[in-house]
Design a protein around this ligand. Structure first.
Ligand SMILES: Nc1nc2c(ncn2[C@@H]2O[C@H](COP(=O)(O)OP(=O)(O)OP(=O)(O)O)[C@@H](O)[C@H]2O)c(=O)[nH]1
Ligand SMILES: [Mg+2]
Length: 201
């Protein structure tokens, strides 16, 4: 029997994973104002042999006990480690309006920014760089280009010629850029021989 394959969405708590999934697929995922809305790895069948995975937030969940955050992290990394080869495509979602201040805070503490850690981990586990959805573009004004540039540098480790992941600026709220992301996901899944049940725009 062929094993099930996966389209996985990762990202920090509250980055907008569930909202983007709903926008792209029409699936009724639950989103919420507070981080920690999606609490378990949520596997949703999409088409024959293919499931979509709505991950809980990776990283500190404000308002939740530390133990819970650690359990969630383990559940995410266990899933990715176990299914690595069966992950057809990973989409890493981040909040463009806050990622930089979070990254700087972590760098100040001598830590690898969590978005960067996750992108590297996905690349190692699946063998391919994830797509990056830079969400909540509706929240950034004229600093948009600068933020996208900084994001590129962060992901590429400072060297933009090293950038493998493609960054898709999107807003799950206004729908901006969602078509382009949807298109990229569709192309990759189709190339791997899967039918995507969600209609293209
Ligand atoms: N302004 C704005 N808000 C957004 C956007 N996308 C999501 N949100 C809001 O951000 C909050 C979190 O969205 P979710 O989709 O629940 O985020 P998540 O990443 O699934 O969160 P967890 O499941 O808690 O990890 C909700 O209040 C959403 O309405 C966006 O593009 N712009
Ligand atoms: Mg969620």
């Amino acid at each position: 029997m062929m094993s099930e394959r996966y389209l996985v969405f990762t990202g920090r708590p509250n980055s907008g994973k569930s909202s983007i999934i709903r926008k792209i697929t029409g699936l009724q995922t639950r989103s919420g104002k507070r981080p920690g809305t999606t609490r378990r790895v949520s596997v949703i069948p999409l088409s024959r042999g293919l499931s979509l995975v709505d991950m809980p937030g990776y990283g500190r969940i404000t308002g939740a006990a530390r133990g819970f955050t650690e359990d969630v992290k383990d559940e995410i990394t266990d899933f990715i480690e176990e299914k690595g080869d069966d992950i057809v495509l990973a989409v890493h979602v981040l909040d463009l309006s806050t990622f930089m201040e979070v990254a700087l805070r972590q760098e100040d503490k001598g830590l690898i920014p969590i978005d960067l850690e996750m992108v590297r981990y996905l690349r190692e586990s699946t063998g391919e760089p994830p797509l990056i959805a830079a969400n909540k573009t509706d929240r950034v004004g004229e600093e948009r280009e600068r933020l996208l540039d900084e994001l590129g540098h962060l992901i590429a480790g400072g060297d933009l010629t090293e950038l493998e992941s493609i960054i898709y600026p999107v807003s799950a709220k206004t729908g901006e850029g969602v078509g382009a992301l949807k298109d990229a996901i569709h192309r990759k899944l189709a190339a791997e021989g899967f039918r995507t049940p969600f209609k293209m725009q």
